[in-house]
Design a protein. Structure first.
Lengths: 220, 742
């Protein structure tokens, strides 16, 4: 059975087709889910893609968490279903309190679209479960608010539960502890600022993003 | 004594008189306001139209030429590409962030109006020297505005250029190009047909922003007084990328579903332009009910509603039976709709209070376009600058050429890393190279064609100030080489002609010469000009800008199976120059970046462009890139060989040991038709054979190696110094220099 991943479309999302395309590169079917829907349908995992949901005129992700679909996403996550938030999707997951902490403006106060080097810190997550800790990955970033911030206690908790999934080798945005991606203690909910879908084809310069997305394949 | 109303609206006495002749009576205030915006330089091209006719616009692959919202060409595989470039210079001078942001929004609307999904933006930016705080404020604001709007609206910004030159102090240039894809059969035109069809206004409510933007702002010069400019700020519109994003999705869904018979964006001159253009293109008339236009503020007069340039609005023409479907799709995307008009057979544009209410204005729809004034303004070649009037050239024997070179380096990464340039996962070569290169996927099925689209924008005011005709030809030639550097051949061209005050005969001469140069180049290269924009009155404090034509060139590559080489060479590569046809590597400093920076030796003549030879070089470079015979490639342009070599070295972080460049002229001269390539020693024989077969001269000029950047007998720099300068923040260092990121 082909794994089916629901890719949620908020008004202002813009990476949904890219995610569907990249999932296709690793043999997973991506299926668009409208934010006003109340049900996710019959899917194996959920991706909240990047973009500017509801324009992000308020705090990033602050409006999107109130979209009807988020009730179903929260329930799915609590039942252990794989939920991945990429960039704006990560911001939405923190606003929805499915992940701790918050994403602030980059330390240089500029938008940054550039390649980034990551290191796998934990393979206790649905994205990194096939990768060895310490693996280096090239996956680009594209954000203004990617500076991960959390309380010292939260940082301790993240470390204690092996929930720091990815770190930057050359921290571009000022994130606490070089954090590029985290998970919940279970590892089924993951948020990351880099865009794996942008590194899923040799013509784009890296296929390391595909290695992450393969984690969503329920067969393996 | 108060001036007559028509003058305060920007109309001349003669123009007011011809309006009276058309109507057979005196126009009322509303009618006069509508003519004023439509007959503005910005909308009517009244000073340039006569000359623009000389541009070639036809080719078998052209589906839509100039005159529509965008040009459209057939690129094969059932895909059509829409492209257009437009200026937003004056708004960006007044309010840089919003000026640039709404420039991006406007050009994107021109593309999806045609039914195409916008997939690429490029920006050609020109600012005054960054030491001046106001110029710096403008530059920072413009880049932030493009970033803020372009990223949020979800269209990647893939290239462009940025340069700093004293000629743009107080009058920056912000030219934005957009490219979109559509299935070939989905072409929609901005016309109203079918009596009784409805005109539906989509998107934002209408406010007082941008009233008279095209006439007060875009078609007049800036004075000497900053306060006067501040007063024009209300004429600048405010952008809302989230609304635009929803408009894109809603409009493309409407077009996909076949629910609309015509689409027109609202840009300059707002509702007046959109309603009259759609009606007159369709040979119809339209009744417009101003009372139902959703408003942002109370108490707006009909003339304000009809001329407001509030952003993020579209007009669609629909059959009454489709209205429900249109409203349903718009509701899904939270896009506001209002039925504001009705297509009539009268040929008249009637503005009414209530669809069947009193008529507030009534004029022949076509008269706003077809009867617009057409000026054959006087031309005069400028007097040749006498040699003794020129600044004394610096004593060249005393120059430290190493530091002269460092001064010319500028890395645009500070600009383009603020732009999302990877969205849609098509970017094979992004900003920072000679041209951008995208995977060409079908816009609906998503199927990868295995082919590529290449795009570049180019301009050079220094060349054009020496010779606007030859300079423009060299700009097009450079664009052709830029495409060749990513393996692509040119298909279609759009242009943005930025000039000073057309009432000055010398400026008109520059414009006419540049158009002739563009026509010659386009004809010779076989590239149709499918669209353009003219921005005049680029004049601040009594000084006209240097003639600044900017071209955007679209090309294709038929086999995109691997990433082509970029600027970065490898340790041990041989560095060769292709296309230097004379023994001395063709050094002329006229119009060069170095000459402009050093304040002397600007005059003279440009090196001659030989089209036959140029085409041979471009063909050879395409073959070498496609065949994978070379490891790096870069065209020689602003800053000449010196800057091109240093850029390649900086990209690779590998030094250079060179010879055969003997003097300042050879180091910084900017003769056309030259490309640097780096070649692995094992491939050198094959590359030399290919050059010989193509009858392109090849000169070995050095070796990529080590930690120094040196040219025998001329300069010797630490690579770290080159990198330090290259990596310095762009706005912290630049006096007068250029950088190309696309």
């Amino acid at each position: 059975m082909t794994t089916v991943v629901g890719v949620v479309v908020f008004p202002g999302s813009n990476c949904e087709q890219d995610v569907v395309g990249a999932l296709g590169e690793v043999g997973i079917e991506g299926r668009l889910v409208w934010h006003k829907d109340n049900s996710l349908g019959n899917i194996d995992a959920v991706v909240l893609p990047g973009g500017f949901a509801h324009g992000d005129y308020l705090r990033t992700g602050a409006m999107a968490r109130f979209s009807p679909i988020m009730t179903a996403v929260t329930k799915f996550a609590h039942q252990g279903g794989p939920v991945v938030g990429i960039c704006n999707g990560f911001q939405i997951l923190t606003e929805a309190q499915l992940l701790p902490g918050a994403l602030h403006k980059n330390k240089g106060l500029k938008f940054l679209c550039q390649p980034s080097s990551l290191q796998v810190k934990s393979n206790n997550s649905v994205l990194t479960r096939h990768l060895a800790v310490g693996t280096e990955l090239q996956v680009p970033i594209n954000h203004f608010e990617g500076n991960y911030l959390c309380s010292p206690q939260t940082l301790c908790d993240l470390q204690a539960t092996d929930s720091i999934v990815l770190t930057y080798t050359d921290n571009p945005n000022g994130s606490t502890a070089d954090i590029a991606g985290i998970s919940n203690a279970n590892g089924n909910v993951v948020g990351l600022m880099p865009h794996p879908e942008r590194a899923a084809h040799a013509l784009l310069g890296s296929t390391d993003g595909a290695r992450l997305l393969k984690g969503l394949n329920s067969d393996g | 004594m108060s001036e007559p109303l028509h003058r305060s609206l920007g109309l001349t006495d003669e123009e007011a008189a011809s309006i009276e002749r058309i109507l057979g009576r005196s126009p009322n205030h509303l009618e006069l306001a509508m003519y004023a915006v439509m007959w503005s330089e910005h909308c009517s091209y009244k000073s340039s139209r006569l000359h623009l006719k000389r541009l070639p616009s036809e080719a078998p692959w052209v589906l839509v030429g100039p005159g529509e919202n965008a040009g459209v060409v057939d690129v094969g595989d059932d895909i059509a590409v829409a492209l257009r470039i437009e200026s937003h210079n004056h708004p960006s001078a007044i309010e840089p962030y919003q000026g640039a942001a709404t420039g991006v929004g406007g050009i994107i609307r021109d593309i999806f109006t045609m039914g195409a999904r916008p997939i690429a933006l490029l920006d050609a930016l020109r600012f005054g020297p960054a030491e001046n705080l106001r110029n710096r404020w403008i530059a920072e604001g413009v880049v932030s505005g493009i970033s803020g709007y372009g990223n949020a609206v979800g269209v990647p910004t893939l290239g462009g250029e940025i340069s700093f030159d004293a000629t743009y102090s107080g009058n920056p240039l912000v030219n934005v190009m957009c490219v979109g894809l559509m299935p070939k059969e989905r072409l929609v035109l901005g016309q109203a047909s079918g009596e009784g069809n409805l005109a539906v206004l989509l998107g934002s409510s209408t406010g007082r922003d941008g009233i008279g933007g095209v006439s007060v702002l875009a078609s007049a010069s800036f004075g000497a007084d900053d306060r006067q400019e501040a007063q024009k700020r209300p004429s600048v519109q405010v952008g809302d990328p989230f609304t635009e994003k929803r408009l894109i999705e809603a409009c493309l869904a409407l077009i996909d579903g076949g629910f609309v018979v015509g689409v027109q964006d609202l840009g300059g001159a707002g509702l007046t332009c959109a309603t009259s253009e759609t009606a007159s293109r369709g040979g119809m008339g339209m009744d417009v009910d101003v009372s139902v236009v959703p408003l942002r503020e109370k108490g707006m007069e009909p003339f304000e509603v009809m001329t407001s340039e509030s952003q993020e609005r579209m007009l669609v023409i629909v059959e009454p039976a489709s209205l429900c479907d249109v409203e349903a799709i718009c509701e899904r995307w939270d896009v506001q709709t209002a039925v504001v008009g009705r297509v009539t057979a009268s040929g008249l544009l009637r503005v009414r209070n209530g669809m069947d209410g009193p008529v507030l204005a009534e004029l022949p729809a076509a008269s706003l376009h077809e009867d617009a004034p057409l000026y054959d303004r006087p031309l005069k070649a400028p007097a040749v600058t006498r040699l003794e009037d020129q600044p004394t050239p610096p004593d060249r024997s005393q120059l430290d050429l190493g530091s002269e070179l460092l001064e010319l380096l500028a890395n645009p990464v500070w600009v383009y890393r603020q732009y999302d340039h990877m969205l849609f996962c098509n970017t094979v070569v992004g900003p920072g190279a000679d041209a951008c290169l995208l995977r060409l996927k079908h816009p609906v099925s998503g199927v990868d064609t295995g082919r590529g689209l290449a795009i570049t924008t180019d301009g050079n005011q220094r060349w054009c100030s020496v010779d606007p005709r030859a300079g423009t030809e060299m700009i097009v030639a450079e664009s052709v080489l830029n495409l060749a550097c990513v393996g692509a051949r040119p298909l279609a061209l759009v242009n943005c002609l930025n000039f000073g005050n057309p009432e000055n005969p010398e400026v008109m001469w520059q414009l006419s010469e540049a158009i002739d140069g563009l026509a010659t180049a386009a004809n010779t290269f076989g590239v149709p000009v499918v669209g353009g924009n003219v921005s005049l009155y680029n004049e601040s404090q009594g000084r006209n800008i240097h003639p600044s034509p900017v071209v955007g060139l679209l090309g294709v590559t038929d086999n995109l199976s691997s990433v082509p080489c970029d600027l970065a060479w490898n340790e041990g590569d041989r560095v060769v120059l292709l296309g230097a046809f004379s023994v001395d590597l063709e050094g002329s400093l006229a119009g060069s970046l170095w000459a402009a920076k050093s304040g002397g030796a600007v005059a003279g003549s440009l090196a001659e462009l030989d089209y036959t030879r140029h085409l041979c070089v471009a063909d050879l470079v395409r073959k070498l890139v496609a065949g994978g015979l070379i490891s790096a490639v870069h065209d020689v342009s602003s800053g000449g060989l010196g800057v091109a070599l240093a850029e390649m070295s900086a990209h690779a972080e590998v030094g250079f040991m060179g010879a055969r460049i003997h003097n300042l002229e050879q180091l910084f001269g900017e003769a056309p038709s030259r490309v640097l390539v780096a070649v692995h020693p094992d491939m050198l024989g094959a590359v030399e054979a290919a050059a010989l077969a193509a009858e392109v001269p090849l000169t070995r000029i050095g070796l990529a190696t080590g930690q120094r950047f040196s040219i025998k007998g001329l300069l010797d720099l630490e690579l770290t110094d080159v990198l330090a300068r290259w990596n310095a923040p762009l706005l912290g260092q630049v006096a007068q220099s250029g950088a190309s990121c696309g």
